[in-house]
Write a new protein. Structure first.
Length: 289
């Protein structure tokens, strides 16, 4: 049964599907600073929630263009602010909100930025379905931020839960988030989880993972690392696709700001090492941009 499950998921990697419109998204290594957030409690508007316009990224600046003040929060302040925003959002979400004032998109990123435990991430997950019930959609970039925070807090299973049930959570998975999710699972999670994440490509109308250099290299690397008969069979099936992708897709290995470049290089280096150890033909060097 386990082998059959792998075979079904491997077929999904090759399934053709419509491609989402490409949208740009910047990703920073400092997406979530551990103790720094914009505190806008000094804003003139008495109705504003402290930090309601906080950036999803961290900065060392002492002030912001919106008048907020950047300062580092203690662990207690951070937990209190998280609870404050959750309490603010709850009566404003759902089909029949108790308070008509709309919740801002920025509140979701703030919750991710403030969360420091799996329990807090679970609170965020519990709120997600109510956004759909409010008739709202998540903005591009939220999915990647959510995956990133799940990885940082070692709670990737929450990301698998959310993206495994679009009807409930209504969080669209884009290619940036999909790659991040795969990357987050390679070393610390069973191959079953990697294949589950790869199946999401088809479910969300993304290009098949076998046609994306970043995704394909991560999956092959994961399969070879786990070194089971089933995972090796999937790696063998994907290697021809990976060789073709590598031969025609240049990678700017010097551009480490875009983490996909780092992931591809690390995966290909690892794949080559494993193939050489098995005395099989390796992939050779990347085509550099």
């Amino acid at each position: 049964m386990f082998a059959a499950t792998f075979a079904r998921r491997a077929r999904l990697l090759h399934a053709s599907s419509p491609v989402f419109k490409k949208r740009k998204a910047a990703e920073s290594d400092d997406l979530f600073d551990e103790f720094e957030i914009v505190d806008e409690s000094l804003q003139k508007s008495s109705e504003a929630i402290p930090g309601s316009q906080a950036s999803s990224g961290a900065s060392s600046s002492s002030s912001t263009t919106t008048g907020g003040v950047r300062r580092k929060l203690s662990a207690e302040e951070r937990a209190a602010k998280f609870s404050e925003i959750v309490a603010h959002m709850k009566p404003r979400l759902g089909r029949k909100p108790q308070v008509k004032e709309a919740v801002r998109n920025s509140h979701w990123l703030q919750l991710l930025q403030l969360a420091t435990t799996e329990e807090q991430l679970k609170e965020v997950v519990e709120l997600l379905p109510q956004w759909k019930e409010s008739g709202r959609d998540f903005e591009f970039g939220f999915a990647a931020a959510f995956v990133r925070r799940c990885q940082e807090l070692k709670s990737q299973h929450l990301a698998l839960e959310v993206f495994g049930d679009f009807a409930k959570f209504n969080v669209p998975l884009d290619i940036v988030a999909a790659r991040q999710l795969l990357h987050s699972l390679v070393i610390t999670h069973p191959i079953h989880d990697v294949m589950t994440a790869s199946a999401f490509y088809n479910l969300y109308g993304l290009p098949p993972a076998s046609q994306d250099l970043v995704s394909c290299s991560i999956i092959v690397d994961a399969c070879l690392r786990h070194n089971t008969p089933e995972s090796n069979a999937i790696a063998d099936a994907l290697l021809p696709h990976l060789r073709e992708l590598k031969s025609k897709t240049p990678v700017n290995v010097k551009d480490t700001y875009h983490r996909e470049n780092v992931w591809v290089k690390a995966a290909v280096d690892d794949i080559n090492r494993i193939l050489q150890k098995k005395k099989q033909e390796d992939l050779g060097p990347l085509l550099t941009a």
